[in-house]
Design a protein around this ligand. Structure first.
Ligand SMILES: *[C@@H]1O[C@H](CO)[C@@H](O)[C@H](O)[C@H]1NC(C)=O
Ligand SMILES: *[C@@H]1O[C@H](CO)[C@@H](O)[C@H](O)[C@H]1NC(C)=O
Ligand SMILES: *[C@@H]1O[C@H](CO)[C@@H](O)[C@H](O)[C@H]1NC(C)=O
Ligand SMILES: *[C@@H]1O[C@H](CO)[C@@H](O)[C@H](O)[C@H]1NC(C)=O
Ligand SMILES: *[C@@H]1O[C@H](CO)[C@@H](O)[C@H](O)[C@H]1NC(C)=O
Ligand SMILES: *[C@@H]1O[C@H](CO)[C@@H](O)[C@H](O)[C@H]1NC(C)=O
Ligand SMILES: *[C@@H]1O[C@H](CO)[C@@H](O)[C@H](O)[C@H]1NC(C)=O
Ligand SMILES: *[C@@H]1O[C@H](CO)[C@@H](O)[C@H](O)[C@H]1NC(C)=O
Length: 413
């Protein structure tokens, strides 16, 4: 009989719990540093509207305690806690406060597990330090974490704002850098402080600021050759290799060839295939994809070939090329023609120099029209001899006389 009663007493709360639906679910993990303030906030139950159902805070620490109904505000103050609406505030956390808490409204309840961290705690650094990375010469803002702080509407608690300190410096710091420098790196602490019953209670968070050199501007992968719409002149029946070269910055970037809309294979047994090489130059990848025609056919000339660069960083880019048959008047024959013309000109000039006189005479004979001399002959040149060395020049009279004698002055018309 007694045994049954004890069992009933032990089982009853469990049955009651199951019956009311207040089943202990996964508790919310709350961490607080020893000597600091922490606030638990009871979330509004979703779905069912509990209306005016009273919200009850219960602590399961050293002893189970209904904090809402059985602890007066004077007692709360003595215990170093403050219950207001959905908030339960622990003003100065110590190991005595660690344990489970619950808030219940109607048949819905939320569980919390409070862990009080001392500097010796295993999770101390992990749970209290927040890493942040900024880049040199850029703006950088430190945000004080907004966790487990008292709701702003609680009477008797007023916020005194946030103060930033840098480890190793006594003066408060700004949490905003318009242009952060590498020397700004370090450990920063933000302190949220609250005034309650004439006492200051703090919540502190540590930010570890890492300042990295400015990130390199992102480079874009690009095809360097051939040019888009380039036409390659080929001989039918002869082999042809067309290289597509690209520069890229990721191992996942790819260059390949398309024939029309279908992929060209890399199978070297096919009449048309492509092969490729990749070389890595300190992060800059150079890739060459060669489109190989074993024997260019008539059909190949009618197709569009596209070299495509598929890049993870950018949209894909591509170049399209075509093949065309070399015309009969090829560049070779054009070069030969130019050489021929030059040779002809050179020969003509040489001949002219050699046969200048003959040509002049020929031209005079055929084209010139002047009266023949008195003897009925025409002369190519006249030879004038002087009698002595002293007779340096002819007098004007002599010249006149000679002109009359020869009948004409010179060879030209
Ligand atoms: C809580 O009770 C209401 C009505 O009493 C019910 O509709 C709802 O499903 C219950 N919620 C849970 C979680 O049991
Ligand atoms: C918090 O408690 C510790 C030890 O119980 C005490 O030394 C400290 O002064 C208290 N802090 C405040 C703000 O009351
Ligand atoms: C209320 O508090 C008193 C003493 O402070 C305690 O004896 C009693 O068991 C508590 N009742 C509940 C329901 O917590
Ligand atoms: C808190 O609740 C968990 C289960 O959610 C339980 O394992 C643990 O023993 C409880 N701790 C205390 C101090 O009651
Ligand atoms: C605020 O403090 C006053 C006086 O100490 C007290 O009467 C009141 O109940 C307190 N309010 C809360 C929400 O604790
Ligand atoms: C709270 O923080 C302020 C500013 O950092 C400091 O002056 C004060 O001593 C701190 N109080 C406690 C109890 O830690
Ligand atoms: C691809 O193969 C052809 C013919 O075998 C060769 O000429 C070319 O150099 C190769 N290209 C590359 C990038 O390996
Ligand atoms: C090749 O491309 C041109 C221009 O995009 C298009 O007009 C032509 O129809 C294409 N030819 C083939 C065979 O796909």
């Amino acid at each position: 009989m007694c045994f049954v009663l004890i069992m009933t007493v032990k089982i009853l709360p469990i049955l009651l719990t199951l019956w009311t639906g207040v089943c202990p679910q996964r508790p919310r993990e709350i961490y607080v540093k020893e000597g600091e303030m922490v606030a638990l906030y009871c979330p509004r139950p979703r779905g069912y509207d509990h209306g005016d159902a009273k919200l009850i805070w219960t602590s399961y620490t050293t002893q189970d305690m209904d904090l809402t109904n059985n602890v007066s505000s004077a007692e709360q103050r003595q215990m170093g806690i403050l219950v207001h609406g959905r908030s339960l505030v622990i003003l100065n956390a110590s190991v005595n406060y660690r344990g489970n808490y619950s808030c219940t409204q109607g048949n819905a309840s939320t569980w919390f597990r409070l862990t009080v961290l001392t500097p010796q705690s295993r999770e101390y650094e992990k749970m209290t330090q927040y890493p942040i990375t900024c880049y040199t010469q850029e703006t950088c803002t430190l945000h004080c974490p907004d966790v487990n702080r008292p709701a702003p509407n609680i009477p008797n608690i007023t916020s005194n704002g946030i103060i930033w300190h840098k480890e190793g410096e006594s003066l408060p710091k700004n949490s905003y850098f318009s242009s952060v420098e590498e020397s700004d790196h370090g450990v920063y602490t933000c302190t949220r402080s609250y005034l309650c019953y004439g006492q200051i209670y703090n919540m502190t968070f540590t930010m570890v600021l890492d300042v990295q050199p400015k990130e390199k501007p992102g480079k874009d992968a690009a095809i360097t050759e051939p040019q888009n719409n380039h036409v390659f002149h080929v001989d039918l029946g002869s082999p042809k290799v067309i290289d597509c070269k690209a520069v890229m910055y990721s191992d996942f970037d790819e260059v390949f060839w398309l024939s029309g809309k279908s992929l060209v294979e890399t199978d070297i047994s096919l009449p048309v295939f492509y092969n490729f090489t990749r070389e890595n130059n300190d992060g800059e990848l150079k890739m060459t994809a060669s489109l190989v025609f074993k024997k260019v056919s008539e059909e190949d000339l009618s197709k569009n070939y596209t070299c495509k660069l598929q890049s993870v960083s950018e949209h894909s880019s591509f170049v399209t090329i075509n093949l065309a048959q070399k015309s009969s008047f090829s560049s070779l024959s054009l070069a030969l023609g130019i050489v021929l013309v030059v040779v002809v000109i050179v020969v003509a000039v040489v001949l002219y120099m050699k046969l200048k006189m003959d040509i002049a005479v020929f031209l005079r004979r055929t084209l010139c029209c002047y009266p023949s001399t008195s003897d009925g002959k025409s002369y190519d040149a006249f030879l004038v001899c002087y009698k002595s060395n002293t007779d340096v020049g002819l007098h004007e009279d002599d010249r006149k006389e000679k002109r009359e004698c020869f009948g004409r002055e010179d060879l030209t018309c």
